[in-house]
Design a protein around this ligand. Structure first.
Ligand SMILES: [Zn+2]
Length: 93
């Protein structure tokens, strides 16, 4: 569970947090106030994932081995875990 920025209690599930975008904030079931993920963190995660995917594209071309492209999947998990899952939620004004 993740902390609500309004009431400071663990009220958001993993899925609720990962899907709480600024255009569709999630409502805390304890204090009934909305919260969302910082847009900056989502942009950073996308940039990191894209950069790591290009590294794997380069490796696939250089090593002539298409299996390196599968590295994009753990790269996405890494980016989401570090910059979205661990990001604090922001209270929706
Ligand atoms: Zn709350």
């Amino acid at each position: 569970m993740h902390c609500c920025p309004n009431c400071r209690q663990a009220s958001f599930s993993e899925l609720q947090k990962l899907t709480s975008l600024w255009m569709r904030p999630r409502v805390c079931h304890l204090c009934h106030k909305a919260a969302y993920l910082p847009v900056r963190n989502i942009i950073v995660a996308l940039i990191v994932w894209t950069a790591l995917t290009w590294v794997f594209i380069g490796l696939a071309i250089y090593m002539n081995q298409v299996m390196f492209m599968l590295g994009s999947i753990p790269a996405a998990v890494f980016a989401v875990d570090l910059w979205i899952r661990k990001a604090p939620l922001i209270a929706f004004e």
